[in-house]
Design a protein around this ligand. Structure first.
Ligand code: ADP
Ligand code: MG
Length: 364
């Protein structure tokens, strides 16, 4: 076991979890249940999932705030199970800023450097650089109460990176901010990741945030990773109905495949091959559906009635009810004028759909 995790001059730490499990005393089921994840040095990895799925507990085990029940975590190949949090050299940012209210922004940022016993001049230089990095140069003397929520979170980011950690762990850091501010801080976090080049492990329940920021996303469900992959992999080839519906909007048709057709009980749909046996869900993204006057060869076509048209600026979301059952939505960029109550034909290319096993468990 290493004495402490050493400073590396190159990219960030590789973080490997194997069979990582956390059982809280008295709980019926583990909060984290056999998580395997290999986070590359310098990677932006997002842990995405609904509330209670085990994201924070996983992050806290990496940080050293929570003991591991079984399994292991390695930082650059070294097991860190018994290394206390302060020796892991990992930066941490929380949703609620967690700044010291009686200390100025600069004193907050200086705190981890004082803990490490750095000299006065060195501290002053590094604090100035870190505040500059988050565009708060000039605001160092202010107390947290004199800063906006977005500025406080920038101070927290500066404090988390000022000691040059080899990875930054962020637990819903933008959760307390309104939408506009959240989007601008997302860009800041992406820039910080590019400039620092260290590993980021970012927790969120917000799928748009995950898609926008991540090199890879691990989708959590009930303490397990349901699927991990790049945003495009997860969006285009979800492995389960849960992942398909958690990430992005989708049309879902369920049933069983017989003779190359999905029998939904109310229609037969062409599906891409190969089809898994048993109950399946056909997932089709709204941008792959078209409102068309007539069907093209090899495509699916369903008759429907428009139930809602939602203007979204660049496109319209057309909500429909298919004849025979089920609601659907079409992302209509063409701007053809359809009205509520109108009869339409909805079509899509067979290979635009993704077939996944249908799940017996309810989808959150
Ligand atoms: P998330 O961050 O994805 O919302 P958490 O990791 O916070 O999820 O929680 C996962 C599960 O563990 C939840 O069921 C939660 O209630 C439980 N849990 C979290 N912390 C504790 C704790 N200190 N004691 C007991 N149960 C906990
Ligand atoms: Mg959490």
């Amino acid at each position: 076991m290493p004495d402490a995790v050493s400073d590396a001059s190159d990219a960030g730490a590789r973080i490997v979890m194997e069979g990582l499990t956390k059982r809280f005393p008295g709980a019926d089921v583990p909060a984290v249940d056999g998580v395997d994840l290999d986070i590359q040095g310098g990677e932006f990895m997002t842990l995405l999932g609904p509330s209670g799925s085990g994201k924070t507990t996983t992050l806290n085990m990496i940080a050293g705030f929570e003991a591991v029940s079984s399994g292991r975590i390695a930082l650059d190949g070294a097991d860190i199970a018994r290394l206390p949090a302060y020796r892991r050299n990992l930066g941490m940012v929380f949703q609620n800023y967690a700044l010291f209210p009686h200390l100025s922004a600069a004193e907050n940022v200086a705190f981890p450097l004082r803990q490490r016993g750095l000299g006065k001049a060195e501290i002053a230089r590094r604090v100035a650089d870190a505040l500059e990095l988050v565009h708060l140069g000039g605001h160092g003397e202010r107390l947290p109460s004199q800063l906006s929520g977005g500025q406080q979170q920038r101070v927290a980011l500066a404090r988390a990176v000022v000691f040059e950690p080899r990875a930054l762990l962020l637990d819903e850091p933008l959760g307390a901010l309104d939408k506009k501010l959240r989007e601008s801080l997302q860009l800041e976090i992406a820039r910080l990741h590019r400039e620092l080049g260290i590993t980021f492990v970012f927790v969120t329940h917000d799928q748009d945030e995950a898609l926008a920021l991540s090199d890879r996303i691990a989708v959590f469900r009930d303490g397990r990773i349901e699927q991990a992959g790049t945003p495009a992999e997860l969006y285009e080839t979800p492995a389960s109905r849960f992942v398909a519906t958690f990430l992005g909007d989708s049309n879902v048709f369920t049933g069983r495949v017989r003779d190359g057709l999905l029998d939904t009980g109310w229609c037969g749909l062409r599906v891409p091959a190969p089809a898994p046996g048993g109950p399946v869900a056909l997932v089709v993204r709204p941008e792959h559906l078209r409102l068309a006057a007539s069907e093209r060869a090899g495509e699916n076509v369903l008759s429907a009635t428009v139930t809602d048209v939602v203007y979204q600026g660049a496109f319209r979301r057309v909500l429909v009810r298919f004849d025979g059952g089920g609601a659907g939505q079409v992302r209509d960029a063409a701007g053809a004028s359809v009205a509520v109550g109108e009869r339409v034909e909805v079509t899509w290319a067979t290979d635009a759909g993704v077939l996944v096993p249908d799940e017996q468990r309810p989808v959150a």
